[in-house]
Design a protein around this ligand. Structure first.
Ligand code: FRU
Length: 472
């Protein structure tokens, strides 16, 4: 018997359960739900002067469960106001979960496109695409004609059990969505679907087909044009390690290339990992009123330890800080969106602040930093000989390992410039995001210091200067 989930039940539960949350590891400047589990960011959109963020949400426990869509809004991407749950799995076409999707504004109405996950009695799975809309930005109505796309719309070669995570966009006066899919004989692909009105949808094309190197399945595609290039961002599963890249069990790709709008196919020219840290998955982006492409991601990856669940803190997982993404002089640049930074804060009090490390002598630029205490720390180092930056979690008391065959203790990234001159680090209660040389490479990693640890940022070696900035 399927349990009955509704928006009302979820909101009533959250209202009382949020008081029970243990706040010890709750971040100050990163998005977390009031209570329960979150994963992918969904429906990230600018609507009536505010940023709206939806997210994969199971309020009833701090583990993944039948997915709802949580909802919050913000004026600055750091301070969030929680809103009622937007979607609950309460219909035959989404009964086992309202999976990931996206949002678009049309005629001042906020539309959501999401995947209905259906686990059938015989154990087989179907994934279909659904629409919901809201005129007040708070309450959502699912379309009576849902699902708007199901297996009947797919070519025979595609497995209807893996057809999910639509990212809707407008191009040349028409609506499209890129949707992640899987070939029956294995391997990811991106399907393009189209609509004139957001209500009637058709299959358009296989936008991009992966090969054996690209993992077993792709998730959470995002397509956009940025600084004159066509970009496809996605989250492939189980890609083999390649040098310093793709060490996490599931990874992220930032593909730059060209769409042929005649054949509706995408040809990638370059592929790079979006973030080379331990904890970054399922990024999604939007354009705001200033014309900025802003990206946010889940600050975790599948298969890893869930520390706050183990400790029964009643919440789990957070989003990354929002990043402004650009292509500058041929390089993808990500910079943290942090409002109103004030200078001159003490470095003993780094939490909730951005730290800038300036390399004072580029001739001897190698350095090592430690955040934590000698007995419990995360370490960041730059090795000039390799021109690479590493984040190492070996010194943490709480080891954060996962399902990877080779334990992912250290992550690294090649520096695109000749040397590291500056790191900007956004440090919060349980996470660090390192933006290298103005954001041409980024690494995001979590840690959970044991309660006795009084974290400090220290220079272990090298000629570097630290300065701190507080968020207001
Ligand atoms: C990615 C993902 C999506 C899916 C969602 C379910 O993290 O697996 O593909 O829609 O999570 O919560």
């Amino acid at each position: 018997m399927t349990e009955l989930y509704t928006v009302e039940r979820a909101n009533n539960f959250i209202a009382q359960a949020k008081e029970q949350v243990n706040t010890h590891y709750r971040p100050k400047a990163h998005f977390v739900a009031p209570v329960g589990w979150i994963n992918d960011p969904n429906g990230f959109v600018f609507f009536r002067g505010e940023y709206h963020l939806f997210y994969q949400y199971f309020p009833y426990d701090s583990v993944w469960g039948p997915m709802h869509w949580g909802h919050a809004k913000s004026k600055d991407l750091v301070h969030w106001e929680h809103l009622p749950v937007a979607l609950a799995p309460d219909q035959p076409y989404d009964i086992s979960g309202c999976f990931s999707g996206s949002a678009i504004v049309k005629d001042d109405t906020l539309w959501l496109m999401y995947t209905g996950h259906i686990m059938r009695e015989d154990g087989t799975v179907r994934q279909v695409q659904n629409m919901a809309y809201s005129t007040d930005g708070v309450h959502f109505e699912k379309l009576a004609s849902n699902p708007v796309l199901d297996e009947k719309d797919l070519p025979e070669v595609i497995d209807p059990a893996d057809f999910r995570d639509p990212k809707v966009f407008e191009y040349d006066g028409k609506y499209y969505a890129v949707v992640a899919a899987k070939y029956r004989e294995n391997g990811g692909c991106i399907v393009l679907v189209g609509s004139e009105d957001l209500v009637d949808w058709q299959f358009e094309s296989i936008f991009l087909k992966g090969n054996a190197e690209h993992g077993i399945m792709w998730e959470c595609p995002d397509f956009f044009q940025l600084d004159g290039e066509d970009c496809l961002v996605m989250s492939p599963m189980q890609v083999a390690r390649d040098g310093l890249s793709h060490h996490n069990i599931n990874t992220t790709y930032f593909m730059r290339g060209k769409v042929d709008w005649e054949t509706k196919t995408f040809e990638p020219h370059t592929i790079e990992e979006v973030d080379n840290g331990h904890d970054f998955y399922a990024p999604q982006s939007m354009v705001d009123d200033k014309g900025r492409r802003i990206m946010i991601a889940w600050m975790h990856t599948w298969g890893r330890r869930n520390v706050t669940k183990e400790l029964d803190h009643q919440w789990a997982m957070a989003m990354t800080i929002a990043r402004h993404v650009k292509i500058q002089e041929g390089t993808v640049i990500q910079t943290p969106v942090l409002p109103a930074l004030t200078t001159s804060v003490s470095l003993d009090d780094v939490i909730e602040q951005a730290i800038v490390v300036d390399v004072t002598n580029p001739e001897q630029a190698s350095f090592e930093l430690q955040y934590g205490s000698d007995a419990d720390a995360i370490r960041i180092r730059y090795q000039q000989e390799e021109n690479a930056v590493y984040i190492n979690r070996e010194g943490l008391k709480e080891a954060l390992l996962g399902e990877e065959k080779i334990p992912v203790i250290e992550r690294g990234v090649a520096v695109k410039e000749a040397v590291v001159k500056e790191l900007r680090m956004v440090i919060d209660t349980h996470s660090i995001e390192v933006f290298i040389n103005g954001g041409s490479a980024v690494m995001t990693s979590n840690y959970f210091f044991t309660p006795a640890t009084e974290p400090r940022l220290q220079v272990l070696s090298g000629n570097v200067e630290l300065s701190g900035f507080a968020l207001s």
